[in-house]
Design a protein around this ligand. Structure first.
Ligand SMILES: NC(=O)c1ccc[n+]([C@@H]2O[C@H](COP(=O)([O-])OP(=O)(O)OC[C@H]3O[C@@H](n4cnc5c(N)ncnc54)[C@H](OP(=O)(O)O)[C@@H]3O)[C@@H](O)[C@H]2O)c1
Length: 248
């Protein structure tokens, strides 16, 4: 079952929204969906060609011209995020929405065999990058009338699961970060929530479950109602929550 929210067509008009990992999978669909509901999207990702394809898809569907930020979160620093934040303030005045979507799965293995290099990469991309990017973007988010920050979690971020090692730990950290920020910003115009997509037909899912029939899964388009709900003002009272796109 997908979340039942039905968004008005103009839900995100006049809003500027940054999406990480906007070139593929759920992030690409979220960018196209937010643009289709009126947002100006800032597409951040690693592979420029994929970002350009999403840019073209948005423009040819009649959406507002997006911005592209090519950035590999593995090597990005607080300084990169601060420069980006300043450009956003200069160009758009404020940031109304931030979807932390980019993630690295790593290899599924027993905990004792997790390579230290992979542990550090997964934590860098899934946790540190989201933390430092959020720090840098808070001044731009605080300039918005009401801003929404969505972190992306997973069911293994609420209950640890054998072999999901670093990824699982990184999603627990993501939920913790969201809760800390939600408490600090209670009633201050920026709200923070987590979204759990549930099993969704993407490259990441296929690499975790190679034997699974992708057709048995929801597509990124199917799970967009909750992405719209949490980004738009109909959820303005929702803060500090973890919500499921596919509630059981
Ligand atoms: N699919 C599921 O079933 C599922 C279930 C639960 C949670 N999730 C979560 O949902 C989110 C989206 O997952 P997905 O399934 O759509 O994954 P995906 O298809 O693998 O897409 C991940 C996106 O993140 C980007 N990315 C990865 N590493 C990056 C880096 N170092 N710097 C910048 N961008 C980077 C990728 O860019 P490139 O394409 O350029 O590499 C890609 O656009 C993730 O947070 C994931 O943990 C997914």
């Amino acid at each position: 079952m997908s979340h039942p929210y039905q968004a008005p067509a103009n839900l995100l008009v006049n809003k500027t929204i940054l999406i990480t990992g906007a070139g593929d999978g759920i992030g690409a669909q979220a960018a196209k969906t937010y643009a289709a509901h009126g947002a100006t999207c800032i597409l951040l990702g690693k592979t420029v060609k994929k970002l350009e394809q999403i840019y073209d898809a948005i423009v040819s569907a009649g959406g507002a011209q997006p911005a592209i930020v090519p950035l590999d979160l593995k090597g990005a620093t607080l300084r990169n995020y601060q420069d980006m934040a300043q450009s956003i303030i200069d160009q758009f005045g404020a940031l109304d929405g931030l979807l932390h979507n980019a993630s690295m799965l790593g290899h599924l293995s027993v905990f004792k065999d997790i390579p230290d290099t992979e542990w550090l990469d997964v934590m860098q991309i899934n946790v540190n990058a989201a933390a430092f990017m959020t720090q840098a973007l808070l001044p731009a988010l605080e300039r918005a009338k009401q801003a929404s920050v969505i972190f992306t979690t997973s069911s293994v971020g609420r209950k640890g699961r054998a072999f999901w090692g670093t990824y699982s730990v990184s999603k627990f950290a993501t939920e913790g970060m969201m809760q800390v920020l939600a408490c600090e910003y209670e009633n201050r115009g920026v709200r923070f929530n987590c979204i759990n997509p549930g099993a969704t037909r993407t490259n990441m899912r296929a690499s975790a479950y190679p034997a699974e029939d992708p057709k048995s899964l929801k597509t990124p388009a199917d799970i967009m109602p909750l992405y719209l709900y949490l980004m738009g003002e109909d959820s303005s009272k929702v803060n500090g929550q973890t919500l499921d796109c596919q509630p059981k």
